[in-house]
Design a protein around this ligand. Structure first.
Ligand code: SF4
Length: 347
């Protein structure tokens, strides 16, 4: 089991559930736009938000964001130790640095001391594209070199009495990322932040993230995740949630299963599923509710036998079923409103 750390009130590691993170994607200097994105992330059930502090001019805005954010904020810092120190003083609930690009060891020590005083964690984030020069001639795979680089940093942190650590090892190559996380998982007991960096557009990035993060999560590796997409941040959280649901890490919420359609399908199932998904998109529940939407009554109820509630169609009718048992026959045009009504009864 991994050690426990806290980003604000969110526990990471130990027995805490795998949390979801995302990052704002508007200039930090624009406080209103940043807070609007944070609010949207919160509405999607994001747990932690990361905000870049790219320059000194962003510091006053960052401090304002901290006072108003409904989610714990982690400061993302590169190149300038001064920014890390001021972000900690402003009240950041965690910081993310790449120790290789933050300046001298002396400066790094100052950050560790201040973070220790503030009792906030630091994520050591090493990306395959930004491994320190001194490791570039090392023998071994990229994944092994990334792990070596992180472990050297971990030892430096520990030698300076800093143990409030979280680790990420990201690459845009899925296999490399998975290999690196498997190695680091064995090498230390600090909680792991999973991500596939620069994963790409919504479609390809979702597939890469699902394969990479999904493989690790199914192995029980990973304590907090961030899906990186070239998309608005709220979309990242929706994808992260689905990955957690699919890997059994998040059991609450609504899950829609639907058939791929085939020659037996007599209705426009694709539109029906999209309509139901849209109507339920803002619905929150602490229960796990599985909804099945199936194209025919030959295989539908059976294939979706585990669903709490479902609907299957014949040429002329819709059939509502619960746990595989047919409970009602209705006209296809009434199917969606009836299904939504029945789902709301289950909440
Ligand atoms: S549930 Fe029916 S319509 Fe859907 S794929 Fe299976 S057989 Fe085809």
């Amino acid at each position: 089991m991994k050690r426990e750390i806290f980003v604000g009130s969110v526990g990471i590691g130990g027995n805490y559930p795998v949390s979801i993170q995302s990052m704002t994607a508007v200039p930090t200097r624009d406080v209103t736009a940043t807070l609007n994105q944070v609010e949207a992330l919160k509405n999607e059930e994001c747990d932690i938000v990361r905000v870049s502090v790219p320059d000194r001019e962003s510091l006053p805005a960052f401090a304002k964001i901290l006072t108003k954010s409904p989610l714990p904020v982690v400061a993302d810092i590169h190149f300038d130790a001064y920014l890390a120190l001021r972000a900690i003083e402003a009240g950041a609930r965690g910081i993310r640095i790449n120790p290789g690009n933050i300046g001298s060891k002396k400066k790094l020590k100052e950050i560790l001391n201040l973070a220790n005083q503030a009792n906030i964690p630091i994520r050591i984030g090493v990306n395959s594209g930004s491994i320190e020069k001194k490791y570039r001639r090392e023998k071994g795979s990229k994944a092994e070199i990334m792990v070596k680089s992180v472990m050297d940093n971990v030892r430096f942190f520990e030698d300076n009495d800093f143990f409030n650590i979280k680790i990420s090892l990201k690459s845009s190559n899925v296999r490399e990322t998975v290999t690196a996380y498997r190695l680091i998982d064995k090498a230390c007991d600090y909680p792991l932040h999973l991500g596939i960096t620069e994963a790409g557009t919504f479609f390809s990035g979702t597939v890469k993230s699902a394969v990479g993060l999904g493989s690790l999560l199914l192995d029980g590796i990973g304590n907090t995740i961030r899906v990186s997409l070239t998309e608005e941040p709220a979309a990242e959280v929706r994808v992260a949630r689905e990955i957690l649901k699919a890997t059994g890490h998040r059991v609450r919420g609504i899950e829609i299963i639907s058939c791929p359609t085939c020659a037996r399908t007599t209705i426009d199932l694709i539109s029906i599923v999209k309509e139901v998904e849209k109507k339920l998109s803002g619905v929150k529940t602490d229960k796990r509710i599985v909804i099945a939407i199936m194209g025919c009554e030959v295989n539908g109820p059976g294939e979706a036998g585990e669903a709490d509630i479902g609907i299957a169609f014949s040429k002329s009718s819709g059939f509502i079923f619960k746990k595989g048992e047919r409970v009602e026959k209705i006209a296809p045009r009434d199917a969606v409103p009836r299904l939504i009504e029945s789902i709301k009864d289950l909440l």
